[in-house]
Design a protein around this ligand. Structure first.
Ligand code: IVH
Length: 699
C-alpha cells in the first residue's frame, strides 16, 4: 500500500527539499510531454494532485518556491523548426479549483488581498474553459501581424502562416479604427467535435494516424511546419484575454470582450457576468449540464475578476494570475471489462502494468488501454482480470482505472505481479520504500535498450527527425543500431556495407535515407542540456539536466567530477538547486557502470567523427531588479496597497519580505502609525523608506 503523504507542516526542511525537487522534476517532465509533444504522460488529476502538493510545500517553505524553475515558466520551451516569438507580456496558466469550497476560498483570497469586506460588491465573469491551445495574436495599427503559441510562457512558436489559414470570421485581419496602435489579443485555437470526426474519417481513409481527441488534432494541425496541411484542417478560435496594449481598451473584462466582438472575433456566447460565488457556481452547473451538447470540448469554467483595475492590482503569483481561477469538471467515466493486465518495460527498466479493456466510449473517445501505474495501485484498487471496471479520463490524458464495479461478477484471482522481466527474463526487483519494480537486465534487456534509444532521439533530447518509434524498432531488429553512438555511424556503416543498404529496404528509399543522414549530421553538435537529458539517466528529466548542465558547464567537467571520490561528487551534486540525494545517487549510479561510461565516450567520439561536439552550457544570469535579494520589512499602514499586495510585489521583484527588523534587514518601509519596528530600524542603522520612496525604488 502506498503511504499517505506527510502533511507539509510535518515535513522537515530536508524532506521538503527532496520531495520538492522530485515533484518539480516530475512536473517539468509532464509539462514537456503535454505541451511540447502533445502527448500527456499522466491523467490530469494525477498532475493536478502533484501540483497542489508542490504548492502546499512551497507555501510552507517559500525559499523552495523561489528556487523552483517551474515558477518561471509555463509549458515547454518552443520546439525547433518554428521561429520563436517573445511574448510582450508573459502568457501564464491558471490555478485550478475542484470544488465549490475552492471557489469560495478563491473569492475570499481576492477580497483579503484587496482589503475588501465579505459583503463589498465584487464583479466576476464566468466563461467556458475551452480545451484547445492558447494563442497570442499581435495587431499593429489595426492590422494582424503575427501569432505565437504559448511555448514556455515567455516565448512561443511563430505560427503566423498557420493562423492565416483561418477564415476572416475566426481571425480578423483588421481591427476597427478604434483599436490601439499595438495590442496583443489572446484566445484559444480549437477544433470543433464535428471537424475532428471528419478529419479522423479522412485520416483513416488515407491510412494516416488518427488523433485521440479534438485538442490533439488542433495541436497537430496548428504545429504543422507546412501551413498547406493546416489549411486542409478546420481550426476555430475563441478570443478571451488581453496581453500588452499601447492604450487602455476597456475598464472591465466584460467590456473588453464586447470590443473583441465588435472587432470581429468569436467570443464565446455562454460567457456571463456574475455578482457572487453563488452565481458563479450556478453558471458552472448550467454549463456542465450542457457540456455534451456543445459543438466543442470544454474542461471547466474560468472565473475572472471583472474590473481590469482590480486585475492589475491583484497581479500574478508565480505562474498564474490571482484574479482568475479554472473550476475543472470532474473526470468523465464509463464501465467496461478488464480483459487482461500486461506488463510494459520502460527505458529505466520500470515494469508498468497496463490494463487491456474491451473498447468503450469515454466522453467521446474510444478507450481500450488504461494505466494501472504499479503493483500497489492494483492492490489498492483491488481489481482483477475479469472484473467490470470504471475507467475515467480527464482532458486528453492516458485513461485510468478507478476501481471495480460493485455487484458485478468478479474475476477469479488477484493479479500476481511478475518477479522477472517479461522481456529479458532477468530478475525484477523492488527496492525497499519504492513502488516501482525494475528489471535488472540493464542494456542487455531489449526493452530497456530500445526505450532508451527512443528517448535519445526524442523531441526534447537529440530530436532526430526521421527516427521515430517505427524506425528505431526497424534499425534495432536489423541490428544496425543498438546504442546511441551507432546512430552517428549509421551513414558510414551504410556506405561500407554493399549488401544491407538502408535505401533498399521497403519504406526507406534513397530520398528518406538521405534525409535521415542529413538530420543525424545536423545533430552531431548538441547542447549539453539536451545531451544530458538524452542519456536517459533515471530521474534526470529536462529540468534536472538543465541544472546539471548549468552547474558543470562542460561535458568534460561533469564527467571528471562524477569520477572523483563518491563523497565529494555526492556533495557537489546535492549542492545544486533541487537535486536531492535520491537524484544524485541515480546520477552517480549511472557513472559507476563501466558500460555507461564507455557508451558515453563512444557517443562523443562518433559525434566528433561527423565534425560535431557537445556544446558548453549557458551560465545562469543574475536578477536585474533593484531590490532583488534584499531583505525588506513593511511596517505601519500603507495607503496605496494592502500588506499582502506590497509583499507580493516585492517578492515578484526578488526581494525577501521578513517580519522583524535585524542588522541583516536592507530596507524598512514605514507606513502611517508605524510603531516599534521603525524605531528599531533607526537604532540598528537600517535604511528606512517612506511608501513613496519604496514605490520610486521599485519603479
Ligand atoms: S484566461 C492569465 N480564459 O486554459 C490567464 N484561459 O489553464 C489567461 N483557457 O492557458 C487565460 N479557456 O489556454 C482563459 N476562457 C478562458 C480559457 C482559457 C481556455 C486555457 C488557456 C490557458 C489555460 C490555463
Amino acid at each position: 500500500m502506498s503511504r499517505p503523504p506527510i502533511p507539509p507542516d510535518s515535513l522537515t526542511p530536508f524532506e521538503a527539499r527532496i520531495e520538492h525537487g522530485e515533484l518539480a522534476d516530475k512536473i517539468a517532465r509532464w509539462d514537456t510531454a503535454y505541451h511540447g509533444a502533445d502527448a500527456p504522460e499522466v491523467p490530469d488529476d494525477v498532475y493536478d494532485a502533484a501540483r497542489q502538493r508542490l504548492l502546499a510545500i512551497e507555501a510552507r517553505f517559500p525559499e523552495l518556491a523561489a528556487k523552483n524553475p517551474l515558477n518561471a515558466r509555463v509549458g515547454a520551451a518552443p520546439a525547433e523548426g518554428f521561429g520563436t516569438i517573445a511574448h510582450r507580456i508573459p502568457m501564464l496558466s491558471l490555478d485550478n479549483a475542484f470544488s465549490p469550497e475552492d471557489v469560495t476560498e478563491f473569492d475570499a483570497k481576492v477580497r483579503r488581498f484587496l482589503g475588501l469586506a465579505d459583503d463589498a460588491p465584487l464583479g466576476y465573469v464566468a466563461e467556458p474553459k475551452i480545451d484547445g491551445l492558447s494563442i497570442n495574436l499581435l495587431y499593429q495599427d489595426g492590422a494582424f501581424v503575427r501569432a505565437a503559441t504559448r511555448g514556455d510562457g515567455a516565448a512561443g512558436e511563430d505560427v503566423t502562416a498557420n493562423l492565416l489559414t483561418l477564415p476572416e470570421g475566426e481571425l480578423p485581419r483588421r481591427l476597427g479604427t478604434d483599436a490601439p496602435a499595438l495590442i496583443e489579443i489572446r484566445g484559444e485555437v480549437y477544433m470543433s467535435k464535428a471537424d475532428f470526426l471528419a478529419l479522423n474519417a479522412r485520416q483513416e481513409a488515407a491510412g494516416d494516424k488518427l488523433f485521440a481527441n479534438p485538442r490533439n488534432a488542433a495541436a497537430g494541425s496548428l504545429r504543422q511546419l507546412d501551413a498547406k496541411i493546416t489549411a486542409g484542417r478546420r481550426l476555430s478560435l475563441f478570443a478571451y484575454a488581453m496581453g500588452d496594449a499601447s492604450a487602455p481598451v476597456a475598464a472591465s473584462h466584460w467590456d473588453y470582450l464586447e470590443r473583441l466582438r465588435a472587432w470581429g472575433f468569436q467570443v464565446n456566447p455562454l460567457i456571463q457576468r456574475c455578482a457572487s460565488v453563488t452565481e458563479l457556481l450556478a453558471v458552472f452547473d448550467r454549463i456542465g449540464d450542457h457540456r455534451a451538447q456543445l459543438g466543442y470540448d470544454i474542461d471547466g469554467v474560468v472565473y475572472k475578476v471583472d474590473s481590469l483595475e482590480l486585475q492589475r492590482r491583484l497581479g500574478f503569483v508565480s505562474r498564474s494570475p490571482r484574479w482568475a481561477i479554472a473550476h475543472k469538471f470532474p473526470a468523465e467515466q464509463a464501465t467496461t471489462l478488464l480483459e487482461a493486465i500486461e506488463i510494459q518495460v520502460g527505458r529505466t527498466g520500470a515494469l508498468t502494468p497496463v490494463a487491456r479493456l474491451t473498447p468503450v466510449n469515454v466522453g467521446g473517445v474510444v478507450v481500450s488501454n488504461a494505466t494501472l501505474h504499479n503493483e500497489d495501485e492494483i492492490a489498492r484498487k483491488g481489481v482483477r482480470v475479469g472484473d467490470t471496471v470504471i475507467v475515467q479520463r480527464a482532458g486528453d490524458v492516458i485513461p485510468q482505472i478507478v476501481g471495480a464495479v460493485a455487484g458485478k461478477p468478479r474475476g477469479a484471482a488477484d493479479f500476481v505481479f511478475p518477479q522477472t522481466c517479461p522481456v529479458c527474463g532477468a530478475h525484477a526487483v523492488r527496492p525497499e520504500g519504492e513502488v516501482i519494480r525494475r528489471c535488472t537486465g540493464g542494456l542487455t534487456c531489449a526493452a530497456q535498450a530500445k526505450e532508451r534509444l527512443r528517448h535519445f532521439v526524442s523531441r526534447n533530447a537529440f530530436d532526430i527527425e526521421g527516427l521515430g518509434e517505427k524506425n528505431i524498432e526497424f534499425l534495432w531488429d536489423k541490428e544496425m543500431v543498438r546504442a546511441p553512438a551507432a546512430i552517428f555511424r549509421l551513414e558510414e556503416a551504410d556506405r561500407a556495407s554493399p549488401l544491407q543498404k538502408l535505401e533498399n529496404f521497403e519504406g526507406w528509399g534513397k530520398r528518406s535515407t538521405e534525409k535521415l543522414f542529413d538530420s543525424i549530421r545536423a545533430r552531431a553538435t548538441m547542447g549539453l542540456e539536451r545531451f544530458i537529458y538524452g542519456l536517459g539517466i533515471r530521474q534526470v528529466g529536462e529540468a534536472t539536466a538543465k541544472r546539471l548542465a548549468r552547474h558543470y558547464g562542460t561535458l568534460e567537467h561533469w564527467r571528471d567530477a562524477m569520477q572523483s571520490g563518491n563523497e565529494e561528487a555526492l556533495a557537489e551534486l546535492t549542492s545544486i538547486e533541487d537535486i536531492g540525494p535520491a537524484v544524485a545517487k541515480d546520477v552517480l549510479d549511472f557513472f559507476a557502470e563501466d558500460h555507461n561510461r564507455a557508451a558515453l565516450d563512444d557517443l562523443v567520439k562518433a559525434m566528433q567523427a561527423l565534425g560535431g561536439r557537445v556544446e558548453e552550457a549557458k551560465r545562469i544570469e543574475a536578477s536585474a531588479s533593484a531590490v532583488a535579494g534584499k531583505a525588506v520589512v513593511f511596517t505601519g499602514t500603507l495607503t496605496t496597497m494592502t500588506r499582502p499586495e506590497a509583499k507580493a510585489r516585492a517578492e515578484a521583484l526578488g526581494a525577501k519580505v521578513v517580519g522583524s527588523v535585524s542588522k541583516k534587514t536592507d530596507y524598512v518601509v514605514v507606513g502611517a502609525d508605524a510603531g516599534s519596528k521603525a524605531a528599531e530600524a533607526a537604532k540598528l542603522g537600517v535604511v528606512t523608506l517612506s511608501e513613496q520612496e519604496w514605490l520610486d525604488l521599485i519603479g
